[in-house]
Design a protein around this ligand. Structure first.
Ligand SMILES: Cc1cc2nc3c(=O)[nH]c(=O)nc-3n(C[C@H](O)[C@H](O)[C@H](O)COP(=O)(O)OP(=O)(O)OC[C@H]3O[C@@H](n4cnc5c(N)ncnc54)[C@H](O)[C@@H]3O)c2cc1C
Length: 441
């Protein structure tokens, strides 16, 4: 029940950007109404029950890094930080399909974190030769001294201009770019890539450490609604907004799908670009919104494989020379399964068109090749999730045109992982955009 129809602030979309915007509005003394078209909060970061196994699984494994300040601000506020497991130092085992393995352990002498730890970690990698290590170190120094100037180019063009060999790009930079930007080096913006490197991989302290939720994503955000209610906000679920009402370039409120009109002189949209286009058709003629039509998306394919054999005691692994990119060890309550793995394939354009069964067979075979202990393991159950529009593809053109949160319509503010934060379209980008948006109200 909505007590009356006028609100301080109306926020569209209860994904991470909407939740972050709502939290920051509350911290600024407002009482926002957050409207979500589906029954759940979390947006593209959500869980559901797999009926056959009884396990709660995410729409895709999500990983965070130590540099996710704005996202962790949200999680801390709702008291769920204890549900996220933190690596003390970035630790990534690499597994190859010929059974070989290596380990990136970003700890320097005396326990140093940050760029020094990262440099030590890279020097210790066996699959890189001396020449690779020299050119990576030189590149890292140039990054640290802000000598690299990524112009309007792709990450691959930029890496080549920084004397990174094709081999280094394939072995090191491609996995980093796929995981952090959901795009290929020849597609994504060099500018955003450099920001990722500066903030995460060569940032200070534990910026590069991986943080992995121990529970499903929906469970992680579950306390948010109670937090909102306690702090004077409200959430309206299962109710889409069909129009943002604008008169004489001033926001007046929104129209819900049941025809109800709600009023506010401040509206924050925290919805994806294609959804935004539908609710502001009249404002679209404005130059500010012109980039919306050119945005393209990049898919992520996620898989869950239940095996009849225990998987080695490895929390996660980067898979090399395979379709599978990452493997995460999960727990299962399925009686016939001894292990459950979550696998991810970012920028999966080539794989997204293949049948789910073929994807499951292909990836299960790669698990057997990479982990000799699993050679005789059978898959007892599998689930493939194709998120065709997982994130926007931040190519140099799109990056250049990402809209700022302040729109030209008075009172209308735009948030979302795709808006201009300088960061890739991630949980952190989404949370930061919400924070920026709230500061403009
Ligand atoms: C498979 C997958 C794996 C990922 N892995 C990672 C990862 O490891 N690390 C990481 O940092 N990021 C990851 N991401 C990206 C991350 O999930 C997103 O960047 C983030 O969740 C985007 O949040 P958002 O609030 O901007 O948008 P969304 O999550 O899309 O939220 C928008 C919300 O608005 C609602 N909505 C839409 N239209 C309307 C309307 N008209 N009225 C009301 N509500 C509406 C939608 O239902 C939705 O809930 C991954 C994404 C996917 C899909």
């Amino acid at each position: 029940m909505i007590p009356n129809n006028t609100y301080d602030v109306i926020i569209l979309g209860a994904g991470i950007s909407g939740m972050s915007a709502a939290m920051h509005c509350i911290k600024r003394g407002k009482s926002p109404l957050l409207i979500e078209s589906t029954a759940n909060i979390g947006g593209r970061a959500r869980s559901f029950e797999d009926r056959i196994s009884g396990d709660m699984i995410d729409n895709g494994q999500h990983v965070m890094m130590g540099c996710y300040e704005s996202f962790f601000e949200l999680i801390k506020e709702i008291g769920m930080m204890h549900k996220i497991q933190k690596q003390q130092y970035l630790t990534v085992p690499f597994h190859f399909t010929n059974g070989e393995k290596d380990l990136l352990f970003a700890k320097g002498y005396g326990g140093l974190h940050g760029p020094i730890g990262m440099a030590f970690g890279m020097l210790r990698l066996n699959f890189l030769n001396a020449q690779d290590k020299r050119s990576m170190l030189l590149f890292a120094i140039r990054l640290k001294l802000a000598l690299c100037k990524p112009g309007f180019m792709t990450a691959r063009e930029f890496l080549l201009s920084e004397a990174q060999s094709d081999r280094l790009i394939d072995l090191i930079w491609t996995p980093v770019i796929l995981a952090t930007m959901n795009g290929k080096p020849e597609e994504v913006s060099a500018k955003v890539f450099v920001t990722v490197l500066r903030l995460a991989f060569f940032g200070s302290g534990d910026a590069s450490s991986l943080y992995i939720p121990e529970c499903g994503l929906s469970e992680l955000f579950e306390p948010f609604e109670a937090w909102m209610n306690e702090h004077g906000g409200q959430i309206l679920r299962s109710m889409g907004v069909i129009a943002i009402d604008i008169e004489h370039n001033q926001v007046k409120g929104v129209t819900l799908q049941n025809g109800t009109k709600l009023f506010s002189s401040s509206v924050i949209t925290a919805i994806p670009p294609h959804a935004l286009q539908k609710v502001i058709p009249d404002a679209l003629n404005h130059l500010y919104f012109s980039g919306l039509e050119h945005i393209s998306y990049s898919p992520i394919v996620s898989l869950y494989l239940w095996f009849d054999k225990e998987f080695p005691e490895i929390q996660l692994s980067a898979i090399m020379d395979a379709k599978t990119q990452w493997i995460f060890r999960k727990t299962t309550k399925m009686p016939s399964a001894k292990s459950l793995l979550a696998l991810t394939i970012s920028a999966g354009d080539e794989i997204v068109g293949i049948s789910t069964e073929e994807i499951a067979n292909l990836c299960a075979e790669e698990v057997r090749q990479c982990f000799p202990e699993m050679r005789d393991a059978n898959v007892v159950h599998w689930k493939v999730i194709k998120e065709k529009s997982a994130t926007v593809l931040l190519d140099p053109n799109t990056e250049e045109r990402r809209p700022n949160q302040k729109s030209p319509v008075d009172g209308l503010v735009i948030a979302g992982d795709w808006t201009n934060t300088g960061l890739p379209a991630t949980l952190e980008g989404a949370a930061l955009s919400g924070k920026f948006a709230a500061s403009l109200i």
